[in-house]
Design a protein around this ligand. Structure first.
Ligand SMILES: *Cc1c(COP(=O)(O)O)cnc(C)c1O
Length: 374
């Protein structure tokens, strides 16, 4: 059992316990468990927060990505460009539509898709780009949108780790054609179970998303396409309604934790020598630090030694997607995307959550310093 966990999911509940309990009880008493006024109200509240005309709720971030691709009419024979350094759900959604994921390497500072390499990956079959705002760091959406528009590509933003992040003053998820969000408990806005949301300014896309998430039907028992059952529970919506007004405060706290890590790590010999690299906060946007991920050589040994000192860390992600067994048929090799491959061998996510105490952070850095000097 870690003395300092990589994420403490109970801390947030404790600060809002009375309100959260009350919200669940009111749903229990209302009899509206699926759909209904609470889900509608949360969709409206979320659309306002992100700054889009529409927000359509669904069952998970994975479903949000899949439904969005379907609404954009992406399917067999199409290619969708994305990064190989992300959670599997990003490309799983592409593959589920029958389309082919096409990878572009990441850049090493922000761990996001390298826009210098994007245009070279566009083919006659490319229909969309799927940028991931990884670890809460927004992509340069100005440049990405310019490339997409010049090449007639749709843009689906994977905002699962970046609820509340901004690029050039706009929230991520409001810039591309559709934004896909996850409310998995460890995301910046987390439910107490699964949940997801799709945001868009296009009324036609919003309508398609609503049809697809409800068995391809506009009107119950009349089906115009093959959709799925993907709904946000009223109970999750009620909990999220209580939490959303606190998200900006939590994101400010996350930024504070990240800045403090940067300062505490700066004097370390390993940082000065470059064997430990701190993550960069992109200029032009607001990073919301779902993860604070350092790069360190001998990562696995460092991780084990930290664990022995009671410091919980995580590895997001150990294997890049182009080298996953499931994608062997795509024909990528070790060496296809050198930055993503190197980063997978070096990344280590330090404890990061809004309630992390300064004393706990000091202990993390103290232990890291100790471990690195061995
Ligand atoms: C969590 C996550 C998802 C999937 O969200 P779920 O709600 O767990 O289905 C997709 N993409 C990224 C980058 C994620 O981190």
């Amino acid at each position: 059992m870690s003395v300092i966990p990589s994420f403490d999911i109970r801390a947030q509940y404790q600060t809002l316990a009375a309100e959260l309990n009350e919200s669940v009880l009111s749903v229990l008493q209302s009899g509206h468990y699926i759909g209904g006024p609470v889900v509608k109200a949360f969709e409206t509240q979320f659309a306002q927060y992100i700054g889009t005309e529409h927000a359509v709720s669904c069952n998970s971030g994975t479903d949000a990505l899949y439904l969005a691709l379907r609404a954009l009419d992406i399917g067999p024979g199409d290619e969708v460009i994305t990064a190989p350094f992300t959670f599997f759900a990003t490309t799983e959604a592409i593959s589920l539509t029958g389309a082919t994921p096409v990878f572009v390497d990441i850049e090493p500072d922000y761990f996001n898709l390298d826009l210098n390499q994007l245009e070279a990956a566009i083919s006659e079959r490319t229909r969309a780009v799927l940028p991931v705002h990884l670890f809460g760091c927004p992509m340069d959406m100005t440049r990405l949108m310019a490339i997409a528009q010049a090449n007639n590509l749709r843009v689906l933003e994977d905002c699962a780790q970046a609820t509340g992040a901004c690029w050039a003053g706009q929230k991520v998820g409001s810039i591309g054609d559709i934004g896909a969000f996850s409310f998995y408990p460890t995301k910046n806005l987390g439910a107490c179970g699964d949940g997801g949301m799709m945001t868009t300014n296009d009324p036609e896309l919003a309508s398609r998303l609503r049809i697809l998430k409800e068995h391809g039907s506009r009107e119950r028992y009349f089906h115009e396409s093959v959709g799925m059952n993907s709904r946000l529970d009223a109970m999750q919506a009620a909990l999220l309604q209580v939490k959303l007004p606190h998200l900006d405060t939590w994101n400010v706290l996350r930024r504070g934790v990240a800045e403090r890590y940067n300062q505490l790590l700066a004097p370390l010999e390993a940082v000065k020598q470059g064997t430990v690299k701190r993550p960069s906060a992109i200029t032009g946007g607001m990073h919301v630090w779902n993860q604070y991920t350092i790069r360190v050589s001998q990562r696995d040994q460092v991780r084990t030694a930290l664990q022995e000192q009671g410091i919980g860390t995580m590895v997001y992600y150990p294997v890049p997607l182009h080298l996953q067994a499931v994608y062997a048929s795509l024909g990528y090799q070790p060496g296809s995307f050198p930055v993503a491959e190197q980063v997978c061998a070096e990344v280590l996510a330090l404890p990061m959550f809004p309630e992390l105490l300064s004393a706990q952070q000091d202990a993390v850095v103290y232990a890291l310093k100790d471990v690195l000097s061995l």
